[in-house]
Design a protein around this ligand. Structure first.
Ligand SMILES: *Cc1c(COP(=O)(O)O)cnc(C)c1O
Length: 391
C-alpha cells in the first residue's frame, strides 16, 4: 500500500526551473519582458512551426484562434465529443454553433469518415471549420482532415494540448509534428501543470500563417497596435502625434502570459524530449503488462509518435475499478465525460446516444498514472492492482 496517493498526472519542477523564475522576479519586468519572445521562439523551434504566440492559458489560445478565424454568430464548427470542454466552448465564446461527430474507437480521435458524412448532409459552405484534438497525445491524422477541409473550404484548428512532441507519418512517409503548421491553420497548447510543460497557467498558439500570426499578437493585447505599418491613420507629419501613439483597432483581450511564467516554460522545454522519452517508456511497460488480458489498451502503429499525456485503459467494470483503485491510493481519472452530454450543451439539442462510439468509450475508460517522475515501483504497484481487480 502506498501512503501517498499516486495521481494520474503531476508536474516536475527542478532547481533550474525555480532559479529561472526567481531570476525574473528579481528583475525589472514581471510581464511583457524578454522571456515571452524567448519562450515563443524556443517553442516554435520545438514543434517546427514558423510562428508562436504565448497566451494566458490553453482556453485563451482557443478563444483567440476562433476570433482570428472569424467565428461569429451563425458560424458552424465541428469537433469531437471526447475532449476537454474548452475545445468546443471556444466556438461558443464567439457566438458560433458547435457540431459534434463521433470518434474512431481505435484511436479515440474525431473520426474523419464521420466528419465527412456530416459534411455531405449539408450544402457546401454550411460549415466553416474543424477542431480535431490529439486526444491523450495520439496525433490526429491531419493529412486526412486537411484533404477534407480543402474539399469543403474549411479551416483546421488543432487542439494539441495533449501532444507537444507528438508526430505522425503521412501516407507518403513525411513526418508531421503536432502543431508544426504544415497541415492545420492554427494549433494550440496548454501549460497547465498536468500537461507536458508546466508554466502554472499558460498556453501557446502555433502557425505558419503570417497574417493570422500578426492578428493574434494584436488580439492578445486588447486589439492594440503601435507598429507604424499597421496604423490605420498614418500621418507621420502630424505635429500632434508623439511616441505614445497607438491604436485600438478591434476588440481584443488581455490574454498575455507573464514573463516569469514564460521563463518557467522555457526552462521546462529544455527537458521536454527527456520527459517525453520517459512517458513513452512508461507506456511501453503498461502495454506489455496488459497484453492478452481483459484490460484493453490502445497501442499505436509505428507511424505514430504518441505523446502520452494520458495512458487510458478500457475495462468492463470501470466504476468498480475506479473505486477499487481509490482504496489503494491510486487516483485514476476519467477523460472525458462526452462534451455533448454536458448540461450546457443539451440546450442545443444534443443528447445521450447521439455518438455511440464516444459513449461506449466513456463507459469503459480510465486514465492510469502517467507522468515522468512516476517510479518503476509505483508503476509496478499500479499494474498489480489493476490486474488483481480485472482478473
Ligand atoms: C487542458 C486542455 C485545454 C485547456 O487548457 P487550459 O490551459 O487549461 O485552459 C483545452 N483542450 C484540451 C484538450 C485540454 O486538455
Amino acid at each position: 500500500m502506498h501512503n501517498q496517493p499516486i495521481p494520474y498526472g503531476r508536474q516536475h519542477l527542478t532547481d533550474d526551473d525555480i532559479a529561472a523564475v526567481t531570476n525574473v522576479l528579481r528583475g525589472p519586468l514581471l510581464t511583457q519582458g524578454p522571456h515571452i519572445a524567448e519562450f515563443e521562439a524556443a517553442f516554435a523551434q520545438y514543434v517546427g512551426s514558423r510562428y508562436a504566440v504565448a497566451v494566458a492559458n490553453g482556453t485563451a489560445a482557443l478563444h483567440l484562434c476562433c476570433m482570428a478565424l472569424d467565428v461569429k454568430p451563425g458560424t458552424r464548427v465541428i469537433t469531437t465529443p471526447i475532449t476537454f470542454s474548452a475545445s468546443a466552448n471556444c466556438v461558443r465564446y464567439c457566438g458560433g454553433e458547435v457540431f459534434f461527430a463521433d470518434i474512431d474507437p481505435d484511436t479515440v480521435i474525431l473520426d474523419v469518415d464521420a466528419v465527412r458524412a456530416l459534411l455531405e448532409q449539408h450544402p457546401k459552405g454550411y460549415f466553416s471549420g474543424i477542431i480535431p484534438v490529439d486526444f491523450a497525445g495520439y496525433p490526429a491524422d491531419l493529412s486526412a482532415f486537411r484533404q477534407l477541409a480543402d474539399e469543403y473550404g474549411l479551416w483546421l484548428l488543432e487542439d494539441s494540448c495533449h501532444a507537444p512532441g507528438g508526430s505522425f507519418l503521412d501516407a507518403k512517409g513525411i513526418e508531421h509534428r503536432c502543431g508544426d503548421g504544415s497541415l492545420a491553420d492554427l494549433a494550440i497548447f496548454s501549460f497547465h501543470p498536468v500537461k507536458h510543460i508546466a508554466a502554472g497557467e499558460g498556453g501557446m498558439i502555433t502557425t505558419n500563417d503570417e497574417q493570422l500570426y500578426k492578428h493574434l499578437l494584436r488580439l492578445r493585447t486588447h486589439g492594440i497596435t503601435s507598429k507604424p505599418a499597421e496604423l490605420t491613420e498614418p500621418q507621420p507629419g502630424d505635429p500632434e502625434r508623439g511616441g505614445w501613439y497607438m491604436e485600438m483597432q478591434e476588440l481584443g483581450y488581455n490574454y498575455r502570459l507573464t514573463d516569469f511564467q514564460a521563463a518557467l516554460g522555457t526552462s521546462q522545454l529544455h527537458r521536454a524530449d527527456a520527459m517525453l522519452d520517459r512517458r513513452r517508456a512508461i507506456a511501453r511497460r503498461y502495454d506489455d503488462a496488459f497484453r492478452n488480458t481483459n484490460v484493453q489498451t490502445i497501442v499505436p502503429p509505428s507511424s505514430v509518435g504518441h505523446a502520452y499525456h494520458l495512458y487510458v485503459i478500457q475495462v468492463d467494470d470501470r466504476k468498480g475499478l475506479y473505486d477499487f483503485l481509490r482504496t489503494k491510493n491510486i487516483m485514476a481519472q476519467v477523460h472525458y465525460i462526452p462534451v455533448h452530454r454536458m448540461p450546457y450543451y443539451q440546450q442545443f439539442g444534443w443528447k445521450a446516444g447521439d455518438f455511440p462510439n464516444a459513449e461506449r468509450y466513456y463507459a469503459r475508460c480510465l486514465s492510469l498514472p502517467m507522468f515522468p517522475t512516476l517510479t518503476d515501483d509505483e508503476q509496478a504497484y499500479v499494474i498489480e492492482q489493476v490486474l488483481s481487480f480485472c482478473g
